[in-house]
Design a protein around this ligand. Structure first.
Ligand SMILES: [Zn+2]
Length: 528
């Protein structure tokens, strides 16, 4: 059966207000409202903060957790229909989503909610200052000599203007290999230095894995024991679920092709992380739960497990186990969605763009594994994202208008995953405005999602965006002591999750070239 809707406990006040900055802008935060489980599992360390009513959230979360034990004693939502019918945004046609018969990247249907792969006429519909920059060759000075030679030997991309299409292999993970890193790194703008930065970041992350296989935002804990500065912010209500920290670290390893199956320096690291998430999963009637106090934790953990599964082998017994985890986690996600299409910090509560984004991306990742998603989950999520805009202006807000730059970066990336056609000129123009504003440099949350959006759209502003952000990250990576390989920026978003969060996000940003096959590109690009 499909479409089980959680009754939201009427007495639970879970729609905590959006944070408002001193300037009066809505401020999306990385994670909200719960302390790390391993620190004080039954004792939220909430305190007064200028941004959040901490005691209220503490009460909400703990009260809700108890209530949800009862509410989640519902039969599991199966969502096992072979055909999923999704309404593609407001005022658009109905499309039929077929359940895939393979899980291969090339059959991955991130475009299943989108238009069929057809040539996108943005080159004619959108006025571009430079008509053929989308896939131009890398500047010689940006590409190491050996990569240039590699490219020359393999045949370089055409310099002729090419129409973009929604690629059959769109969003795929198939280039997360040593060869893929080399080829696609060079193709989309990595450098030898950026690859070294990725490797240094992974080494730092591996050195900060805890004895039980997890990672923590709290660097005061072993094995760091405070040797690195900028642990998670103390004395705030900032939610830092251990599942979120572990999921982020795993995603960084997976993004560079390190899995539990492939021999390599981090095979055991990744395996231990996956086992930790497996063991800490909470059984609920609605599915498996990795919240540890926040739906952030659930979404990020589920995304990591989904990508690990997609990169593995279904024939393996442990992958069968992993498939069960992912499937049950998806069930929880679908049941936890609010009726307005969003996800909040608490299951069933009206949510916001930041929490919802992790859920959507985790579900998109799960779809690579032929895991069923409730019929309307993604189309409802798309409707929510659009509801935060003013009249289709693609200027996305936190829970609704007015729009804000960080939530707009998130919203634009989400819309690409949810099938927004780039043929639509206002949408392409919104991407152009994002590129023109440039990376924020200290706000890695903004820059991560903006990079996703510009990469997936193969936007003509990519080269300028990428070179600026890439060089900034290379330049700012710590090089000394325990902090070597990590990042931290003095930024209110970065301070929430601290150095571990910042490092994982920066590593994934520098992996973008091969981490995902772009959703759009020249037709000749997709792997045969
Ligand atoms: Zn450290």
């Amino acid at each position: 059966m499909t479409g089980i809707t959680l009754s939201k406990p009427s007495q639970v006040r879970s729609d905590s207000p959006p944070r408002v900055s001193a300037a009066g802008r809505v401020v999306p935060t990385l994670m909200v409202s719960i302390t790390e489980v391993e620190d004080t599992p039954a004792n939220s360390r909430l305190s007064e903060d200028e941004r959040v009513p901490a005691t209220l959230i503490s009460t909400i979360v703990h009260t809700t957790a108890l209530l949800l034990l009862a509410f989640f004693a519902l039969p599991e939502g199966g969502g096992t229909d072979d055909e999923l019918t999704a309404r593609q945004g407001p005022a658009s046609s109905v499309v039929i989503l077929q359940t895939l018969d393979t899980r291969d990247d090339q059959r991955f249907d991130s475009d299943a909610m989108s238009d069929q792969p057809i040539a996108v006429s943005i080159l004619t519909q959108v006025s571009m200052a430079t008509p053929a920059p989308v896939m131009k060759q890398e500047k010689a000075e940006d590409v190491p000599l050996e990569l240039q030679q590699y490219l020359a030997g393999a045949g370089s991309a055409s310099v002729e203007p090419q129409p973009l299409v929604c690629l059959p292999g769109s969003g795929g993970l198939s280039r997360r290999t040593p060869e893929g890193r080399l080829e696609y790194g060079a193709k989309y703008g990595a450098t030898k230095e950026s690859e070294k930065a990725v490797d240094a970041a992974l080494a730092w992350l591996a050195a900060h894995q805890r004895g039980n296989g997890s990672w923590s935002f709290d660097l005061e804990l072993a094995p760091c024991n405070g040797a690195c500065r900028h642990s998670k912010k103390k004395g705030t209500e900032s939610p830092t679920p251990v599942t979120g920290a572990t999921g982020l670290a795993l995603l960084a390893f997976l993004g560079a092709g390190h899995t539990q199956h492939h021999e390599g320096p981090y095979q055991e690291t990744v395996r231990r992380g996956i086992y930790f998430l497996r063991d800490i999963a909470g059984e609920a009637g609605a599915g498996l739960d990795w919240q540890q106090g926040s739906m952030y934790g659930h979404g990020i953990a589920l995304m990591a497990l989904s990508e690990a599964l997609a990169m593995g082998s279904r024939e393996r017994i442990d992958d069968t186990d992993l498939h069960r985890l992912v499937s049950r986690g998806v069930s929880f996600s679908c049941n936890a969605q609010h009726e307005n299409g969003s996800w909040g910090y608490v299951p069933g509560s009206p949510g916001d763009m930041t929490v919802s984004a992790w859920q959507v991306l985790s579900l998109i990742a799960a779809k690579k594994n032929r895991v069923d998603i409730h019929t309307n989950t993604l189309s409802d999520a798309k409707a929510f994202a659009l509801s935060t805009c003013e009249e289709g202006d693609f200027w996305f807000g936190y829970k609704g208008p007015p729009g804000e730059e960080t939530t707009t970066a998130i919203g634009l990336a989400l819309m690409l995953y949810l099938g927004q056609s780039m043929e639509y000129t206002p949408f392409y123009n919104a991407l152009t405005e994002l590129a023109d504003r440039g990376p924020k440099l200290t706000n890695v949350y903004h820059d991560y999602y903006a990079t996703l959006a510009l990469h997936h759209s193969r936007h003509h502003g990519w080269d300028e965006w990428n070179s600026k952000l890439r060089e900034h990250l290379i330049r700012t990576q710590a090089t000394k002591g325990h902090e070597a390989g990590s990042w931290h920026f003095s930024d209110r978003w970065g301070d929430v999750g601290g150095r571990l969060y910042t490092t994982a996000m920066c590593a994934m940003t520098l992996e973008i070239y091969y981490r995902y096959m772009p959703l759009y590109g020249e037709v000749e690009e997709f792997p045969l």
